[in-house]
Design a protein around this ligand. Structure first.
Ligand SMILES: Cc1cc2nc3c(=O)[nH]c(=O)nc-3n(C[C@H](O)[C@H](O)[C@H](O)COP(=O)(O)OP(=O)(O)OC[C@H]3O[C@@H](n4cnc5c(N)ncnc54)[C@H](O)[C@@H]3O)c2cc1C
Length: 324
């Protein structure tokens, strides 16, 4: 195959692994992402409160590699074991993993790709300043920028978002994406002045909380801080999905307090983040989708597994289909 110009939408693990495989075979790849940096759901939130610099891994909590490909990627990204030898985290933050794996691959950040126009083999992307785009609302009423033409376009965002971008292009691919379903997840980030009387991680069953962890205890973080990430379970999240973020922290902190042997102190900083797409509930059931006529493909954790490794493997699988 002659060197092709390929656009990848999404700089999460699926987009990055696809890009690396295609570049290794001589193709010219540009990634577009609506986020300020790469990583997608491998995310770290940084903020300042009470004169202190704080950080929280508020998306994926730890990474597990079962296959050799992802294991090698985690070694390359210098991920460190936590909370045990079988699981790893980015150093000094989870977002360091995608940043290291992206390397020098061209990535256009803070741009929301809203439409794919043109024709097979000559696709043009229309993209907007991501700050102007509101989830579930029409695209902004300002002229987009255009990029292209591209020989192929690969979409690597959660399936619902990918369908919005696809529009009428590749209709059978868009239809197949309808099978993928994700659970939402309310996540609270809280910083305390004193250590909580709690174990480093909690994963209760049938509880408002699905997972909670002392984020500042991960390797490479500021161990003098007491920063917690509290993730609600899917049932609790669904029941409270449309509440404003300000209404989320108090009930989840109260739920966390039930595990503490002493009353929970008030945090000096607390903020909630709503993930509309977190862990997978219904996968596609195949490693990726590739419409060879339209030259449009899809990869993500939604294809096979709902974990970071599945996203990585899906991107690799899609690159192989493009190259075949
Ligand atoms: C709260 C939470 C906890 C999790 N815990 C774990 C865990 O402990 N272990 C684990 O292995 N996995 C965990 N996961 C899942 C893991 O994060 C994902 O499986 C993996 O990161 C998915 O990678 P991806 O590349 O498929 O998608 P994403 O990481 O979602 O990447 C998609 C990218 O597309 C971009 N994008 C979307 N729409 C557009 C658009 N229109 N234009 C431009 N860019 C766009 C997004 O900004 C994003 O960067 C968790 C996820 C969440 C949310």
């Amino acid at each position: 195959m002659a060197a092709a110009k390929i656009a990848i939408l999404g700089a999460g693990l699926a987009g990055i692994s696809a890009a690396r495989a295609l570049i290794a075979r001589g193709h010219a790849v540009t990634i577009f992402d609506k986020g300020r940096g790469p990583g997608g759901r491998l995310a770290t939130r940084r903020m300042e409160a009470a004169g202190r610099k704080l950080q929280f891994d508020h998306g994926a909590q730890y990474l597990r590699a079962e296959g050799a490909g992802f294991a090698a990627a985690l070694v390359e990204a210098k991920a460190a074991p936590w909370p045990d030898a079988t699981r790893r985290v980015g150093m000094p933050s989870m977002s360091a993993v995608p940043r290291a794996l992206l390397g020098e691959i061209p990535c256009v950040a803070s741009r929301h790709v809203g439409q794919i126009t043109g024709r097979a083999g000559a696709w043009v992307l229309r993209h907007w300043d991501a700050r102007l785009v509101r989830p579930g609302k029409p695209l902004p009423d300002v002229a987009p920028e255009e990029a292209g033409p591209f020989d192929a376009v690969l979409l690597t965002m959660p399936a619902t978002q990918a369908r919005d971008v696809l529009g009428q292009q590749a209709p059978s691919l868009a239809e197949a994406l309808g099978a993928i379903r994700y659970a939402p997840c309310w996540t609270v980030m809280a910083a305390f002045d004193v250590p909580l009387a709690l174990p480093e991680t909690l994963r209760p069953e049938a509880h408002a909380i699905g997972w909670a962890a002392r984020d500042s205890a991960k390797p490479g973080r500021n161990a003098g801080q007491e920063n917690w990430v509290i993730q609600a379970g899917p049932a609790w999240t669904r029941a409270h999905l449309e509440l404003p973020a300000e209404a989320i922290a108090q009930p989840l902190l109260a739920a966390l307090a039930t595990f503490s042997t002493t009353p929970l102190p008030a945090p000096f900083m607390v903020v909630a983040h709503r993930w509309r797409y977190s862990l997978l509930e219904a996968p596609l059931g195949e490693p990726c989708l590739w419409d060879a006529t339209a030259r449009i493909g899809y990869a993500s954790d939604g294809c096979i597994g709902g974990r970071a490794e599945a996203a990585w493997d899906s991107g690799v699988a899609l690159a192989a289909r493009v190259l075949a």
